[in-house]
Design a protein around this ligand. Structure first.
Ligand code: 3PG
Length: 213
């Protein structure tokens, strides 16, 4: 599956921070039930890799990705855990080299590298990345910035993330160069801690009704 095909599966990719490994599968199931099958588990907690493995093993209807990938070790560990794709907040040369080395050795792995400027987007496009994470979206100029990039760089598509919620997701999703958005608002830390799976399914159901252009 290409990263574009993954991005086309749903308008919103929940960005997940998982502290309690036992919450991983019920959280994934709650989001899938609500209509959001593509999930990004960030590598920000000690439980993240085990959570990716459990979700990938136990949630056949979900597409589990790994976020906050920073180096070759992260790539290797996430692929081993079963992550179907990877995401990074940026794209330093060291990470791009590690990705190229990994793909040469182990075959393709859909990847969403991060960028926040026209130069970064152009560089990543030249490297062959068809879809980019625009991060941190709101702080980097928001929907207005992406609208401005659509003129000169119409072939570069984005998944903006950072500061996006139910209040502004549609501003991004109506843009021609946005396929989907990412965000943590569909799985708030408090609701995850309270194991409010029905509440999270409701948030996901609302988000899944947002229409990408
Ligand atoms: C990310 O890692 O993509 C962001 O931290 C998610 O941003 P949000 O919490 O503002 O949605």
């Amino acid at each position: 599956m290409t990263i574009a095909a993954i991005a086309n599966r749903a308008p919103v990719i929940p960005v997940l921070v998982i502290d309690d490994i036992d919450s991983a599968v019920p959280l994934a199931n709650a989001l899938v039930r609500g209509g959001l099958p593509v999930l990004e588990v960030t590598l920000r907690t000690p439980a993240a890799l085990a959570a990716i493995k459990r979700m990938a093993d136990s949630c056949p209807d979900a597409i589990i990705g790994a976020g906050t990938i920073r180096n070759g070790e992260d790539i290797t560990a996430c692929r081993k855990a079963g992550a179907a794709f990877g995401v990074s907040p940026g794209a330093p040369a060291s990470l791009l080299a590690a990705l190229a080395g990994d793909v040469a050795e182990n075959g393709d792995w859909p990847f969403l590298p991060g960028c926040a400027t026209a130069s970064e987007a152009m560089l990543l496009s030249d490297f062959g990345y068809e879809m980019l994470k625009f991060f941190p979206a709101e702080q980097s100029g928001g929907a207005a910035m992406l609208k401005s990039l659509a003129g000169p760089l119409p072939d570069i598509h984005f998944c903006p993330t950072g500061g996006i919620g139910a209040h502004n997701a549609a501003d991004y999703l109506t843009l021609p160069n946005v396929r989907c958005v990412g965000g943590s608002w569909v799985a708030p830390a408090k609701m995850v801690a309270a194991k409010d799976w029905d509440g999270i399914t409701k948030l996901a159901a609302e988000a899944s009704k947002l229409n990408a252009r």
